[in-house]
Design a protein. Sequence first.
Length: 202
Amino acid sequence: MNTKRILLVLLIAAFVASFVSTRVVNAEDEISDYDNVPSEQVVNDIDSVVNSSISEGEIKYDLNHTLYRVTVTPKNVIVGQEVMAIAETNNSFVTHVTFVWVKPFSEIEIETVQVYLEGGLKKADSTYTPQKIGLWWVFALFEKRPGSCMCGWLYAMRWTCFKVIGLEQQIPDYPVVGTAGAMATMFMGLCLFLNKKGKSPF
Protein backbone atom coordinates (compact mmCIF):
# COMPACT_ATOMS: atom_id res chain seq x y z
CA MET A 1 0.00 0.00 0.00
CA ASN A 2 1.57 3.28 -1.10
CA THR A 3 1.77 6.46 0.97
CA LYS A 4 -1.11 8.22 -0.79
CA ARG A 5 -3.44 5.28 -0.19
CA ILE A 6 -2.47 5.07 3.50
CA LEU A 7 -3.08 8.80 3.89
CA LEU A 8 -6.48 8.49 2.23
CA VAL A 9 -7.48 5.62 4.57
CA LEU A 10 -6.40 7.63 7.61
CA LEU A 11 -8.36 10.67 6.45
CA ILE A 12 -11.49 8.58 5.90
CA ALA A 13 -11.09 6.97 9.34
CA ALA A 14 -10.71 10.38 10.98
CA PHE A 15 -13.77 11.67 9.12
CA VAL A 16 -15.91 8.70 10.25
CA ALA A 17 -14.60 8.95 13.82
CA SER A 18 -15.56 12.62 13.97
CA PHE A 19 -19.18 11.65 13.35
CA VAL A 20 -19.14 8.69 15.73
CA SER A 21 -17.78 10.79 18.58
CA THR A 22 -20.28 13.62 18.08
CA ARG A 23 -22.65 13.92 21.03
CA VAL A 24 -26.38 14.31 20.50
CA VAL A 25 -26.90 16.22 23.76
CA ASN A 26 -24.38 17.94 26.01
CA ALA A 27 -24.57 18.37 29.78
CA GLU A 28 -24.52 22.12 29.22
CA ASP A 29 -27.87 21.87 27.43
CA GLU A 30 -29.76 22.66 30.67
CA ILE A 31 -29.92 19.07 31.95
CA SER A 32 -28.85 19.35 35.58
CA ASP A 33 -27.79 16.79 38.18
CA TYR A 34 -30.42 15.06 40.31
CA ASP A 35 -29.93 13.67 43.81
CA ASN A 36 -30.20 10.13 42.44
CA VAL A 37 -28.87 10.52 38.87
CA PRO A 38 -26.01 12.66 37.52
CA SER A 39 -26.71 14.71 34.40
CA GLU A 40 -23.94 12.85 32.58
CA GLN A 41 -25.87 9.58 32.89
CA VAL A 42 -29.05 11.20 31.54
CA VAL A 43 -27.11 12.65 28.61
CA ASN A 44 -25.47 9.28 27.91
CA ASP A 45 -28.87 7.55 28.02
CA ILE A 46 -30.32 10.01 25.51
CA ASP A 47 -27.26 9.61 23.26
CA SER A 48 -27.56 5.83 23.46
CA VAL A 49 -31.25 5.86 22.51
CA VAL A 50 -30.77 8.18 19.53
CA ASN A 51 -27.63 6.43 18.26
CA SER A 52 -29.38 3.04 18.43
CA SER A 53 -32.50 4.47 16.71
CA ILE A 54 -34.90 3.05 19.31
CA SER A 55 -38.14 4.84 18.43
CA GLU A 56 -40.02 4.41 21.69
CA GLY A 57 -39.27 3.27 25.23
CA GLU A 58 -38.63 3.97 28.88
CA ILE A 59 -35.79 4.05 31.38
CA LYS A 60 -36.71 3.97 35.08
CA TYR A 61 -34.35 5.54 37.58
CA ASP A 62 -36.72 4.86 40.51
CA LEU A 63 -38.70 1.59 40.56
CA ASN A 64 -41.46 2.56 43.02
CA HIS A 65 -43.92 3.89 40.44
CA THR A 66 -45.01 2.22 37.23
CA LEU A 67 -47.00 4.45 34.85
CA TYR A 68 -45.06 6.90 32.70
CA ARG A 69 -46.22 7.87 29.24
CA VAL A 70 -45.41 10.41 26.53
CA THR A 71 -47.35 10.91 23.31
CA VAL A 72 -46.74 13.26 20.42
CA THR A 73 -49.23 14.62 17.89
CA PRO A 74 -49.14 14.65 14.99
CA LYS A 75 -46.64 11.87 14.30
CA ASN A 76 -45.93 13.11 10.75
CA VAL A 77 -45.54 16.83 10.07
CA ILE A 78 -44.09 19.20 7.52
CA VAL A 79 -41.33 21.68 8.33
CA GLY A 80 -42.72 24.60 10.34
CA GLN A 81 -45.75 22.70 11.67
CA GLU A 82 -46.26 22.72 15.45
CA VAL A 83 -45.93 19.45 17.36
CA MET A 84 -47.30 18.81 20.86
CA ALA A 85 -45.93 16.33 23.39
CA ILE A 86 -48.00 15.27 26.41
CA ALA A 87 -46.42 13.47 29.38
CA GLU A 88 -48.53 11.58 31.94
CA THR A 89 -47.81 9.70 35.16
CA ASN A 90 -49.60 8.31 38.22
CA ASN A 91 -46.57 9.20 40.37
CA SER A 92 -47.93 11.79 42.80
CA PHE A 93 -44.40 12.96 43.70
CA VAL A 94 -43.66 14.29 40.20
CA THR A 95 -43.75 18.10 40.14
CA HIS A 96 -42.15 18.86 36.75
CA VAL A 97 -41.41 17.29 33.39
CA THR A 98 -38.41 18.30 31.33
CA PHE A 99 -38.99 17.83 27.60
CA VAL A 100 -35.96 17.31 25.36
CA TRP A 101 -36.67 17.75 21.64
CA VAL A 102 -33.86 16.23 19.58
CA LYS A 103 -33.01 16.23 15.89
CA PRO A 104 -29.68 14.33 15.99
CA PHE A 105 -26.61 16.55 15.44
CA SER A 106 -28.85 19.40 14.31
CA GLU A 107 -31.38 20.86 16.75
CA ILE A 108 -32.01 20.53 20.49
CA GLU A 109 -34.67 22.29 22.53
CA ILE A 110 -35.14 21.74 26.28
CA GLU A 111 -38.14 22.95 28.27
CA THR A 112 -39.10 22.27 31.90
CA VAL A 113 -42.83 22.42 32.62
CA GLN A 114 -44.77 22.22 35.89
CA VAL A 115 -47.32 19.39 36.00
CA TYR A 116 -51.08 19.74 36.46
CA LEU A 117 -53.64 17.22 37.67
CA GLU A 118 -56.21 15.85 35.24
CA GLY A 119 -58.22 12.62 35.37
CA GLY A 120 -56.24 11.34 38.34
CA LEU A 121 -52.90 11.70 36.51
CA LYS A 122 -50.10 14.24 36.67
CA LYS A 123 -49.68 15.77 33.20
CA ALA A 124 -47.44 18.25 31.41
CA ASP A 125 -47.26 19.38 27.80
CA SER A 126 -44.79 21.09 25.53
CA THR A 127 -44.99 22.33 21.95
CA TYR A 128 -42.23 22.76 19.42
CA THR A 129 -42.00 23.78 15.76
CA PRO A 130 -39.24 21.78 14.03
CA GLN A 131 -37.29 23.42 11.22
CA LYS A 132 -35.30 20.40 10.04
CA ILE A 133 -36.56 17.40 8.09
CA GLY A 134 -35.92 13.86 9.30
CA LEU A 135 -36.60 11.72 12.34
CA TRP A 136 -37.01 13.53 15.68
CA TRP A 137 -37.10 12.28 19.27
CA VAL A 138 -38.91 13.85 22.19
CA PHE A 139 -37.83 12.76 25.68
CA ALA A 140 -39.87 13.37 28.85
CA LEU A 141 -37.94 13.43 32.14
CA PHE A 142 -40.31 12.93 35.09
CA GLU A 143 -38.88 14.90 38.03
CA LYS A 144 -39.46 16.09 41.54
CA ARG A 145 -38.09 19.62 42.04
CA PRO A 146 -38.43 20.53 45.72
CA GLY A 147 -36.70 23.91 45.55
CA SER A 148 -33.55 25.82 44.66
CA CYS A 149 -31.53 24.32 47.53
CA MET A 150 -31.87 20.70 46.35
CA CYS A 151 -31.15 18.99 43.07
CA GLY A 152 -34.37 17.03 42.92
CA TRP A 153 -35.20 13.47 41.93
CA LEU A 154 -35.51 11.83 38.51
CA TYR A 155 -38.03 8.99 38.43
CA ALA A 156 -38.08 7.99 34.77
CA MET A 157 -37.44 9.00 31.19
CA ARG A 158 -39.81 8.09 28.37
CA TRP A 159 -39.41 8.90 24.69
CA THR A 160 -41.13 8.65 21.34
CA CYS A 161 -40.43 9.66 17.74
CA PHE A 162 -42.04 11.70 15.01
CA LYS A 163 -41.12 12.43 11.41
CA VAL A 164 -40.68 15.80 9.71
CA ILE A 165 -40.84 16.05 5.92
CA GLY A 166 -40.27 18.94 3.55
CA LEU A 167 -42.91 20.89 1.65
CA GLU A 168 -45.00 18.95 -0.83
CA GLN A 169 -43.15 18.38 -4.10
CA GLN A 170 -44.17 20.62 -6.97
CA ILE A 171 -42.92 18.17 -9.63
CA PRO A 172 -44.53 14.82 -10.45
CA ASP A 173 -43.34 11.84 -8.45
CA TYR A 174 -42.26 8.66 -10.22
CA PRO A 175 -42.36 5.98 -7.52
CA VAL A 176 -42.24 3.02 -9.93
CA VAL A 177 -39.78 3.96 -12.63
CA GLY A 178 -37.49 6.03 -10.43
CA THR A 179 -35.32 8.96 -11.47
CA ALA A 180 -33.76 7.22 -14.48
CA GLY A 181 -37.18 6.20 -15.74
CA ALA A 182 -38.51 9.72 -15.23
CA MET A 183 -35.61 11.17 -17.23
CA ALA A 184 -36.24 8.65 -20.02
CA THR A 185 -39.96 9.47 -20.05
CA MET A 186 -39.27 13.22 -20.28
CA PHE A 187 -36.68 12.66 -23.02
CA MET A 188 -39.16 10.57 -25.04
CA GLY A 189 -41.73 13.33 -24.67
CA LEU A 190 -39.20 15.87 -25.97
CA CYS A 191 -38.40 13.63 -28.94
CA LEU A 192 -42.08 13.28 -29.81
CA PHE A 193 -42.55 17.04 -29.54
CA LEU A 194 -39.58 17.79 -31.80
CA ASN A 195 -40.65 15.07 -34.24
CA LYS A 196 -44.05 16.75 -34.62
CA LYS A 197 -42.25 20.02 -35.32
CA GLY A 198 -40.15 18.29 -38.00
CA LYS A 199 -36.90 18.68 -36.05
CA SER A 200 -34.48 16.00 -35.00
CA PRO A 201 -33.47 15.84 -31.30
CA PHE A 202 -29.97 14.65 -32.38
